[in-house]
Design a protein around this ligand. Structure first.
Ligand code: SF4
Ligand code: SF4
Length: 384
């Protein structure tokens, strides 16, 4: 099997802690804040765990500082903080009185609670999303009690009618109160819609919530420590790091031993479904699980070549879509037309682009169309 399709977790190697590494200058973090309202200004001193930005519409999770430091720069899309001092934010308060306030407390603590529904079937997804994205293995094996605490909180908040944990075949991972479900670890079996189908036997049922194991850990850690989670596990190449949220991809790739040059690409996520960053100063977010380096020359580069109509992408799409038609309309700006080809059902696995004979950037076209359509109420389901 092409290793890119194998979701079997790798052997557990050592964890590299950025805090224990020698750095040439003070740690500077970069936090993405697109769509959020800043609560601090340039030059202000902030504490570790301090809330920096909120969503006035109460939909997106808040962003917190992962270091004690000084705000160096503040732009529409990111905030830059240089570490200094050892200030720590006041502990979070959790109001456990009802479901709405429990979820709202999580959102204020930086957890994405979009899509959580009362009375759903809750699935904890512990299958790697892509080849090598298996940092949650460490969390499940070392911090099962923290994840259980997260699960208890979630159960009180959304009262699921049943809870299951999806694991790669052969991995003996469990969580108290969850039915185990083993999944054949072949890409894209670890992506949420595929996990839902595998566990429930249904495609896109409305009453199911999927949460990945790393997010469950973050909930447990937040509730347990009464502080937002400021450090996460992220796999960079084959190295597993524990590092502050906002650590730049430049620092992580250099500590992982990569030497980058012109033409190389750095992705947040895996090679099939990750998103390329345009600068090595881009920081990882709280939900980043991997950073992937694709060296120029190693792999074919996607280009705006015309579709040759071979149909390969249609054959390979696990959602039974027509990526060739979606991409043709998106390429020329006919974004509305992509709805006729059920673009909302695309779960961005990237297999169409991987197999495209003409090496067209199919996933990028699809993401562009989705972004353009997001403002249109007709695609409400894309916001879930
Ligand atoms: S990314 Fe491509 S292959 Fe994957 S679900 Fe979407 S259209 Fe189908
Ligand atoms: S695989 Fe590429 S070239 Fe072939 S039909 Fe799909 S988009 Fe067109």
């Amino acid at each position: 099997m092409n290793p890119i399709f194998s979701l079997t977790p790798s052997d557990r190697g050592p964890v590299l802690r950025i805090r224990e590494q020698e750095l040439s200058s003070a740690l500077t973090i970069s936090l993405e804040i697109t769509g959020l309202k800043p609560l601090v200004s340039r030059g202000e001193l902030v504490a570790k765990g301090q809330q920096l930005c909120v969503d006035p519409a109460n939909k997106l999770p808040s962003v917190h500082s992962s270091v004690s430091g000084k705000v160096l720069d503040l732009k529409k899309d990111f905030i830059l903080i240089e570490e200094e001092g050892d200030r720590l934010a006041e502990p979070l308060k959790f109001n456990n009185s009802d479901s709405v306030s429990m979820l709202s407390d999580l959102r204020d603590a930086g957890i994405d609670v979009h899509g959580f529904k009362q009375g759903c079937t809750l699935i904890i997804n512990a299958v790697p999303k892509e080849f090598g994205i298996d940092g949650h293995r460490f969390l499940i094996e070392e911090f099962n009690h923290i994840m259980s605490e997260g699960l208890d909180y979630l159960k009180k908040a959304i009262s699921p009618i049943a809870s299951a944990i999806a694991v790669p075949e052969g991995m003996a991972w469990t969580l108290p109160g969850c039915t185990g479900h083993e999944i054949d670890p072949v890409y894209p079996a670890g992506l949420p819609p595929m996990v839902v189908k595998s566990v429930t036997g249904k495609e896109m049922p409305p009453d199911v919530c999927v949460i990945d194991a790393a997010t469950l850990y973050r909930i447990g850690r937040t509730v347990h420590g009464k502080q937002p989670v400021t450090e996460i596990m992220v796999k960079v190449g084959s190295t597993l790091f524990q590092t502050p949220v906002g650590t730049t991809v430049g620092l992580l790739t250099s500590k992982a031993g990569f030497s980058l040059s012109d033409g190389d690409r750095v992705l947040l996520g895996g090679p099939l479904s990750g998103r390329a960053v345009y600068s090595l100063n881009h920081g990882i977010s709280a939900s980043t699980q991997a950073v992937t380096v694709i060296h120029g020359g190693d792999d074919p580069v996607a280009k705006d070549s015309p579709c040759v109509g071979c149909g390969e992408c249609v054959l390979k799409c696990p959602a039974r879509l027509m990526p060739n038609m979606i991409s043709r309309h998106a390429e020329f700006g006919f974004f509305e037309n992509t709805q006729n080809y059920f673009i909302a059902s695309c779960f961005e696995c990237g297999l169409c682009a991987y197999w495209c004979t003409a090496q067209r950037p199919l996933l990028q076209y699809i993401r562009l169309a989705k972004k353009e359509l997001l403002d249109k109420p007709i695609l409400e389901d894309l916001r879930k």
